[in-house]
Design a protein around this ligand. Structure first.
Ligand SMILES: [Zn+2]
Length: 98
């Protein structure tokens, strides 16, 4: 398992349609919690998945937040992406991080 340093990601909507899609009317934090590396919000290392291909503990690669009210994932959940740096298998999970 590798630990990637946390790299915050900031959405840059470039069209009016995209600008309307980003963010929540009643929640200022949801929709801003995108990042590469670091630690997944509300998930401990003991909960990291094991690679289905080779059995190694997978590395946390990215947290992709819900986009906004119109593209919400199960009440402000985020997608956690894991990768195995031994065989490059990936896995994602939908987790509540509030
Ligand atoms: Zn693997």
């Amino acid at each position: 398992m590798k630990e990637i340093p946390e790299i915050k990601l900031v959405p840059v909507p470039e069209t009016d349609e995209a600008k309307k899609a980003v963010g929540y009317q009643w929640n200022d934090e949801a929709g801003t919690r995108h990042k590469l590396g670091g630690k997944p919000n509300r998930l401990s290392m003991e909960e990291y998945p094991t690679c289905k291909n080779c059995g190694e503990i997978m590395s946390f690669y990215a947290q992709i937040d819900s986009i906004g009210d119109d593209y919400d994932l199960a009440d402000c959940c985020a997608i956690h992406v894991f990768v195995c740096f031994d065989c490059f298998t990936t896995e994602s999970q939908l987790n509540q991080i509030l």
